[in-house]
Design a protein around this ligand. Structure first.
Ligand code: XIL
Length: 364
């Protein structure tokens, strides 16, 4: 009997050591918010095996970096390309992840046919409305019960708080936003519906979004949360101004999400500038091709920690934090706003090692 108990104890101890899980981000933040990543084609198809391992270990929410955008999924009238989007959704269902649909109405990466008739003239408001309704209804019906929530309208407002003069706006005016939300609610009444934009710290944009949220609410339309994209740099935004916007949005009664988090570690490029092509200028813009030195890495980690602390402080308001990619090697920032830079903006480095600022949350 004694020997049996001893053997049982040894087996139990062994089981304990082998089942002890390494800490993960999704567990570390499970009381706060879901933790997501945008995923690309190689990850959806399972070709980036290390990326997929990191993703399934640490994240419990996914969004497609490109494959659900209009030009990808609906390249011509009546032509739908669901192959990759279906795989993306299957991947999320299979791994029991919260799946986010990005995005239904956006001025960018929209196939040109959408706005023009066969004579090359801009379509009438009625035609564009019918097309929007068809686009939204087809996607949301297909993924009903699987996609948790959608970025219904993306990047509609510019810095000074006015509407972006996109073709949606030119043809439909401000009504394109409530119209899209109405179509989305009808298509899948159970899906969450979001507004999403960058530079949300800017007061003009912040104030207009507060107005738009209130207007949608006054019309009785569904709006669950606002996405603050969170594309940041070493010198913008400040934690204080970001917090101010977060609180202003939450003050309308809806949730906030950080939807496309990344922080450039490289010199900020003025988008209006004519980016010169000289070698000297390129070297200045791409100063760390062989690795991020200690000093900028410390500043970067410090800023990321400050923002993560802010999200945790307001985790009663923040329902999701999503990084725009898994590792530095797949970040869009390597090619934007300047092509061919070596960037360091994400939560995992090029070897899928977690960035140091996250350690503290894992060991708490
Ligand atoms: C980016 C993708 O990361 C790139 O691969 C693509 O070439 C351009 O779009 N705001 C958004 C995202 O809402 O969809 C954008 O994604 C980044 C900015």
């Amino acid at each position: 009997m004694k020997r049996f108990l001893l053997a049982a104890a040894v087996v139990a101890a062994a089981a304990c050591t082998t089942t002890k899980q390494e800490p993960t981000l999704k567990d570390a933040f499970k009381e706060n918010f879901t933790i997501g990543a945008a995923i690309n084609e190689w990850q959806i198809r399972g070709l980036d095996t290390l990326g997929v391992q990191t993703l399934t270990k640490h994240f419990n929410s996914i969004v497609a970096e490109n494959c659900m955008k209009h030009e990808e999924i609906h390249p011509a009238e009546g032509v739908w390309n669901f192959e990759l989007a279906d795989k993306f959704v299957e991947f999320g269902v299979h791994n029991n992840m919260e799946i986010i649909g990005h995005c239904l109405v956006w001025h960018s990466q929209t196939a040109p046919w959408y706005f023009f008739d066969d004579k090359g003239q801009l379509v009438t408001p009625e035609v564009l409305k019918a097309r929007i309704k068809d686009h939204i209804t087809t996607i949301m019906t297909r993924y009903k019960g699987k996609i948790h929530g959608y970025d219904v309208v993306n990047e509609a407002i510019v810095e000074d708080g006015s509407y972006r003069k996109s073709l949606f706006y030119q043809i439909l005016g401000e009504e394109f936003i409530p119209f899209a939300f109405e179509c989305a609610r009808e298509a899948d009444p159970d899906a969450e519906l979001y507004l999403n934009d960058y530079g949300m710290n800017v007061p003009g944009r912040r104030d207009t979004y507060v107005k738009i949220i209130k207007d949608l609410q006054a019309r009785g339309l569904r709006i669950d949360a606002i996405g603050m994209q969170g594309h940041m740099g070493m010198d913008y935004p400040t934690v204080e101004e970001f917090e101010e916007s977060l609180l202003a949005f939450a003050g309308t009664g809806i949730k906030v999400m950080i939807t496309e988090w990344d922080m450039s570690a490289l010199p900020t490029v003025n988008m209006g500038a004519n980016v010169a092509d000289t070698e000297e200028y390129q070297a200045k813009l791409n100063p760390y091709p062989d690795g991020l030195p200690e000093e900028p890495a410390a500043i970067w980690n410090g800023r990321m920690k400050d923002f993560m602390d802010l999200f945790i402080k307001h985790s009663d308001k923040v329902q999701r934090v999503t990084a725009w990619g898994i590792s530095d090697r797949d970040s869009w920032k390597n090619n934007w706003p300047v092509r061919g830079r070596t960037e360091y903006p994400l939560l995992f480095d090029r070897d899928y090692e977690m960035k140091p600022f996250l350690n503290e949350y894992l060991t708490k």
